[in-house]
Design a protein around this ligand. Structure first.
Ligand code: GAP
Length: 451
């Protein structure tokens, strides 16, 4: 398999290329585009939605379906406002906001290199004031203080308030986890970098409840385990690192936190956070609700409040990282380059494309039949338009790992051409062996990187 060319991210304006490829090929569109868009809001198109679903499915499989110590949940976005009072979000979920006295632009002070000057015009900045990031709305027809509700800023709280429901109904014993994938909302001061920081986004979070004495052990375990997930799904190891938070950076609930960081085109930045939330959340909900949130250990006959280790990932941010690492422009021959996305087959939006060499002589019928058979197992795509080389290139651009071409020999000996996206190698395979050949290729897939 050909190793991919070195990605010179900044030199090649990779973000611009990803944004334009996303629109051209149906990964991501600007929200409300016909009305000039809505700042920081994005829509996933037909190919992008498959990619993001595969990312979420890969997370769910790895974190929940394939483990017997973690279960899932799907909570509502709107919750009692008492939740946010108890969790500390009403008071503490803030970012320091500064305004430029000259150009009136707003900035997040903690993200500025010089916190006294406007990065755009050099103007003087106001004193910082704490800005709460939660979106507010009203429940029911009357818009008064009593009907205020918040759009959840993290999926985690739905898990904490359901701790007892899940633990008793599923008869789970610590160490055990509860995972959730869903939308969260934050009124970010400075959203940007495409889907990296938006005001509406999807989180993939898991709260792992452990005996207090085991917190450090599980904290380390989850940092390593989460890192492995990104590597298994095709992130370049040289683009991934773990960064432990300084004490001053820690959220109000955390004893320790490490970020899985990714090398984005603008430098190292957060992909996922793994926090030791201690017993903060269960205890605060116990205090505020008056309900028992402890676990009763049958063996020791003691009640205790479990500690929580939380790997919290963003589905959009992970999708962006997979897109960035997959993107490549390769020189195929002199004067001929191809854009190719080297997605791991697990997350590739389309796994197999099927082409008849010609639109006649019974070839489309054979190709349709192959597509129907394979569609039972994988997302497939049928294409009969244009030269075969162009059809391959169109699939390269959306990262389809396997293409099958039905030609005249197929009618003679029941074989087809199987073409590999990464190496562009072509082999002949008997139609009856296609499923097994592709299944093995997906299972044994190893990404290769140069940089
Ligand atoms: N429950 C803990 C928590 O929410 P966080 O670090 O604030 O922790 C977890 O968020 C993950 O959610 C981040 O690592 C990131 O991937 C994603 N995320 C957070 N804010 C985001 C935003 N404004 N846009 C896109 N993704 C975001």
């Amino acid at each position: 398999m050909a190793a991919r060319d070195k990605r010179k991210a900044d030199e090649n304006n990779i973000m611009g290329k990803i944004v334009s490829l996303s629109k051209r090929r149906g990964f991501v569109f600007q929200s409300s585009e016909i009305y000039d868009g809505l700042n920081s809001c994005w829509d996933y198109g037909p190919i992008g939605v498959e990619l993001k679903r595969n990312v979420k499915n890969a997370w769910w499989d790895y974190m929940i379906s394939r483990r017997n110590d973690i279960v899932g949940i799907d909570c509502s976005i709107l919750m009692s406002p008492k939740v946010w009072e108890a969790s500390g979000h009403l008071k503490n979920f803030t970012d320091p906001l500064v305004d430029c006295k000259e150009c009136k632009k707003r900035w997040r002070q903690d993200k500025l290199e010089d916190p006294t000057k406007c990065p755009d015009c050099g103007g003087e900045l106001t004193e910082a004031r704490q800005f709460n990031l939660m979106f507010k709305t009203f429940m029911g027809p009357v818009e008064d203080a009593g009907s205020v509700v918040y759009m959840r800023p993290e999926t985690a709280q739905g898990i904490f308030v359901n701790f007892k429901n899940v633990q008793t109904s599923s008869r789970m014993k610590p160490p055990f986890g509860i995972g959730q994938i869903g939308k969260s909302f934050r009124n970010e001061i400075t959203p940007g970098n495409f889907v990296f920081r938006t005001r509406e986004f999807e989180q993939m979070e898991m709260e792992f409840f452990v005996p207090p004495a085991e917190d450090e052990k599980w904290y380390k375990y989850w940092i390593e385990t989460r890192k492995q997930w990104y590597l298994q799904n095709g992130i370049n190891p040289n683009h991934l690192r773990i960064r432990e938070h300084e004490k001053s950076e820690l959220a109000h609930y955390a004893k320790a936190c490490s970020d899985v960081e990714f090398l984005y085109p603008w430098g190292w930045d957060e992909l996922e956070g793994i926090a030791n939330r201690t017993d903060f959340d269960l205890k605060t909900h116990q205090e505020h609700s008056g309900k028992d949130m402890t676990y009763f250990d049958e063996q020791t006959k003691e009640h205790y409040t479990p500690y929580v280790i939380e790997p919290a990932a963003g589905a959009d941010r992970a999708t962006l990282a997979f897109l960035l690492d997959a993107y490549d422009e390769e020189t195929v021959a002199e004067g001929d380059t191809r854009v190719v996305l080297h997605f791991h087959p697990n997350i590739a939006p389309i796994k197999v494309a099927i082409f008849p060499l010609m639109k006649k002589d019974g070839l489309p019928e054979i190709a349709h039949k192959i597509e129907e058979d394979l569609r039972e197992y994988w997302a497939t795509f049928y294409d009969e338009s244009g030269a075969i080389g162009r059809r391959y290139r169109r699939q390269d651009e959306i990262g389809t790992p396997f293409c099958i071409t039905v030609d005249y020999d197929t009618k003679e000996n029941n074989t087809v051409t199987l073409r590999y996206r990464d190496s562009m190698e072509q082999i002949r395979v008997n139609v009856d062996d296609l499923f097994e050949t592709i299944r093995k290729e997906i299972k044994n897939y190893k990404p290769s990187f140069k940089n």
